[in-house]
Design a protein around this ligand. Structure first.
Ligand SMILES: *Cc1c(COP(=O)(O)O)cnc(C)c1O
Length: 418
């Protein structure tokens, strides 16, 4: 198995328990339909870079300015990753060291705010992220957070409310971007609000950066002072984060990532990010990103046809949020029923959800994984029907599972190149 690197046989010999975990997880990923909106299948080239000896190297600092000797080789990986990210996103500056999306946000906030400062961000129950001011997260503990949400009638961001809150509270920072919002974010509107309020604008594009890379949706880069992102969601790279910013903020962002938030960068992950940025610059990736959006729309329509109501009436992106109240099934129960049929998705709160977060009234579905596997509208229409079938009638799970297996015979990840 090339994907484990050259020494998988050695791993099997020396640590059969962990070798078995790797094999079982590969089987799990291959044997189901993955509709988790934040997941993807990286290329074998990305996996090869991740499983490399670059993990051995300490390289605190930045290329040419390290606090360790022997960094001249890994410097090349980071310079390539930075140059490729800047070119791919048309950004003045990129920092590729954040270990994750949450670390990228921590560093970005540190670059722009002091503890106690006010920030305005999307409420978690309306689609925002934990790092957008949840009380159980550093962001809610260290900053004075004001939240905006979506309108009850349209389920779209209420830009009038955002403007009113920005003028009333004068936040230092406005955060836009979300984890469960199916529609486009109007970055120009947020820019105008930030300018009016004298605030910095941060776009958290953790979910959508891959669609921006493939030009399938408009980019946040021309509007935001800082764009934070993950590399492992629709972008299809290694697990990790990154920050794009203006030239003006480059020094502040770099100092916030290191030495303020992080120590040594993960050079193997940075090399793998460079590989992913190069892959995302190819025309095939642009086609992939467009297909992800088309597939999400088809899936969303197929679910709507079965009485599963899409929040906001549809999707412009890679994901849809589905309100199950019309069927009388909770999000948690729907998640369990789909799992029996070999379809992995997650329960998710819908705006103004009457149910607690562990139960919820909705599910979130996304198409980055199935599109990487080469599935198209025909398959997504059928997957929508299968999801609806098992959610409504758990007794049909076995029949659905068989159909899932048939679909996967020709669309199994890591059996074909992409
Ligand atoms: C996924 C996500 C993050 C966090 O990324 P991690 O790599 O899990 O830390 C941050 N913001 C948003 C909007 C996300 O969707």
């Amino acid at each position: 198995m090339a994907y484990y690197g050259p020494d998988f046989g050695l791993l099997e010999q020396q640590d059969p328990e962990i070798a078995q975990v790797l094999l079982d997880e590969l089987d799990r990923q291959r044997d189901g339909i993955q509709l988790i909106a934040s997941e993807n299948f990286t290329s074998p080239a990305v996996l090869a870079a991740l499983g490399s000896t670059l993990t051995n190297k300490y390289a605190e600092g930045y290329p040419g300015r390290r606090y360790y000797g022997g960094c001249e080789v890994v410097d090349r990986a980071e310079r390539l990753a930075v140059a490729r990210a800047e070119a791919l996103f048309g950004a003045e500056h990129a920092n590729v060291q954040p270990h994750s999306g949450a670390s990228a946000n921590l560093a970005a906030y540190a670059a722009l705010m002091q503890p106690g400062d006010t920030m305005l961000a999307m409420a978690l129950p309306h689609g925002g992220h934990l790092t957008h001011g949840s009380k159980v997260n550093f962001s809610g503990r260290w900053f004075d957070v004001v939240s905006y949400g979506v309108r009850r009638d349209t389920e779209l961001i209420d830009y009038d409310e955002v403007m009113a809150l920005a003028i009333r509270h004068r936040p230092k920072l406005i955060v836009c971007g979300a984890t469960a919002y199916p529609r486009l974010v109007d970055y120009a509107a947020f820019r105008a609000i930030a300018d009016e309020a004298g605030a910095w604008l941060l776009a958290d594009a953790a979910h959508t950066i891959g669609l921006m890379a493939g030009r399938a949706i408009p980019s946040a880069v021309p509007y935001a002072d800082i764009v934070t992102f993950t590399t492992h969601k629709a972008l299809r790279g290694p697990r990790g984060g990154g920050i794009l910013c203006t030239r003006e903020l480059a020094g502040r962002v770099d100092r916030a990532v290191y030495p303020f938030v992080q120590g040594g960068p993960m050079m193997h992950a940075i090399a793998a990010k460079a590989v992913a940025f190069a892959e995302a610059a190819r025309p095939e990736f642009a086609e992939y990103a467009r297909n992800v959006v088309v597939n999400a729309r088809v899936l969303c329509d197929a679910l709507a046809d079965e009485g599963m109501r899409p929040v906001s009436g549809g999707t412009d992106t890679h994901l849809a949020l589905i309100d199950l109240r019309g069927l009388g099934v909770s999000g948690a129960e729907a998640e369990r029923r789909c799992a029996v049929a070999g379809i992995t998705l997650n329960r998710n709160a819908i705006p103004y959800d009457p149910e607690p977060p562990a139960v919820t009234s909705g599910v979130r579905v996304g198409t980055p994984c199935v599109t990487t596997q080469g599935m198209g509208p025909q398959e997504l229409k059928e997957i929508g029907a299968l999801v609806a079938q098992v959610v409504k009638n758990p007794d049909s799970a076995q029949a659905a599972r068989e159909r899932v297996e048939q679909l996967l015979v020709i669309h199994r990840p890591y059996l074909s190149e992409y």
